[in-house]
Design a protein around this ligand. Structure first.
Ligand code: SF4
Length: 421
């Protein structure tokens, strides 16, 4: 969502005569688009802000500094106090007014704080400058009504609101005209998307029918809301990729209740079985939090056990960090840092073993790969399978942007290696 917001900022400013540059020393306006989902992300954003300020001229040529995004919403005035060189603080739902806010700041020479919630802004179409040329992110909704106890999103992104299907379809059609091949439909919980009588499966059907579009991905799903109807629709639609991101968070029912997640591990494992049955070969990835307040060794063992049973293709594992303003933030952060670290390493080790086992099973198979670019060594190409596996390929550069059959010859954990089939 944060990446997409940055693309919207670029699009809106470009439409208002601004030009994106890549050396901050030449910038007249510097925007740090923050994420507050974890403490580490916030710390990095402010470290970058300080670095950029120290490098910037302190004369009349000082650039305008803008802090945008979720942390801007959460900290508001505090940012202006702590970082007096900051000129603008703007929350996600006010990004669309940035040109006006910048103009007011320039005219009045006074700091601008725009962080009040604006319901309905998601309903409009805004220009977006996508960072890639082959695949694009497309937001379908904003906000969240779930209030998982550890999560700050509902407080900084506001109530859940869906974008109308017709706006989404228009945006994707224009992407296809620009030769984009793949879109990822984004929302905090795409399973609760709604436009009048239409739900997420109706949106998928409409997007699937867009001529020229090759692949559709979506994220993120919520296990409590993922329906049989969605699983069956995924199985039927040819452009929907065989990949689902299904955040487990914990394998302990007691911790899941404390997290206010609204499902049990039995329900979660049932979904995994159903998905694997309906969509053979599907990739299932997940998020796991270790060290939630009160997490015992037994609770953690339960997480390892569910991860073992689910056989995730990949897991993004995070150490719990309290977020002020959330319900979990009121609890004692009781799991010591070194135990969080050791639990994180244990899940990652298990995950690496599972990923390697699954990858080895793909050797010798021919998979369809959307080639995205040259690999980092500039000699090979890289792309993604429908199951979101990265594949490094021997092949000519004119394959970039094409869907090609690739024979898998080797693997390293999550990454596959192959040649044109
Ligand atoms: S579903 Fe839970 S974790 Fe996801 S954004 Fe909403 S509150 Fe946060």
């Amino acid at each position: 969502m944060n990446t997409y917001d940055s693309e919207v900022i670029a699009g809106i400013l470009h439409a208002n005569g601004y030009q994106q540059i890549f050396d901050p020393k030449d910038a007249g306006l510097i925007i740090i688009n923050t994420c507050s989902v974890r403490k580490h992300a916030e710390e990095r954003a402010f470290a970058n802000l300080w670095d950029l300020y120290h490098e910037a001229p302190k004369t009349a040529k000082k650039p305008i500094f803008c802090v945008a995004g979720c942390t801007a919403k959460k900290m508001g005035k505090e940012i202006l106090k702590k970082y007096p060189f900051v000129d603008i603080v703007v929350s996600p739902s006010n990004l669309y007014d940035l040109p006006k806010i910048i103009a007011t700041c320039q005219k009045t020479k006074k700091p601008q704080l725009q962080i009040e919630d604006k319901i309905g802004y998601i309903k409009k179409n805004f220009p977006v400058i996508h960072t890639g040329k082959i695949k694009a992110l497309v937001t379908i909704m904003q906000g969240c009504d779930n209030y998982c106890s550890y999560c700050v999103v509902p407080f900084v992104r506001g109530k859940e609101i869906s974008r109308p299907i017709k706006n989404i379809v228009t945006e994707i059609k224009s992407l296809v005209k620009k030769r984009y091949k793949e879109v990822t439909l984004l929302g905090q919980n795409v399973n609760s998307y709604r436009d009048g009588k239409n739900d997420f499966t109706d949106l998928l059907k409409r997007v699937n029918a867009i001529p020229g579009l090759k692949r559709i991905r979506f994220m993120t799903n919520h296990p409590k809301d993922m329906s049989d109807k969605l699983i069956n629709t995924m199985a039927k639609l040819d452009k929907v990729c065989r990949h689902v991101h299904l955040p487990l968070q914990s394998g302990s029912d007691w911790i899941l209740t404390k997290m206010n997640r609204g499902y049990t591990t039995a329900h979660f494992l049932g979904l995994v079985r159903e998905l694997r049955q309906a969509v053979p070969g599907i990739t299932i990835t997940t998020d796991i939090i270790v060290g939630f307040p009160g997490e015992t060794e037994d609770n953690f063992r339960a997480t390892m056990e569910v991860a073992r049973q689910a056989e995730f293709d990949a897991a993004f594992v995070f150490k719990y960090s309290p977020r002020p303003g959330t319900n979990a933030g009121l609890l004692k952060d009781s799991v010591p840092a070194e135990i969080k670290q050791s639990r994180l390493e244990k899940v990652n080790r298990l995950q690496q073993e599972t990923a390697l086992r699954i990858s080895r099973g793909l050797i010798g198979k021919t998979l369809e790969v959307l080639v995205e670019d040259l690999a980092t060594d500039r000699k090979h190409l890289f792309g993604k399978t429908a199951g979101y596996r990265t594949v490094v390929i021997k092949g000519p550069a004119n394959c970039i942007g094409k869907l090609i059959p690739v024979k898998i010859t080797a693997c390293k954990n999550w990454t596959l290696y192959g040649k044109l089939s």
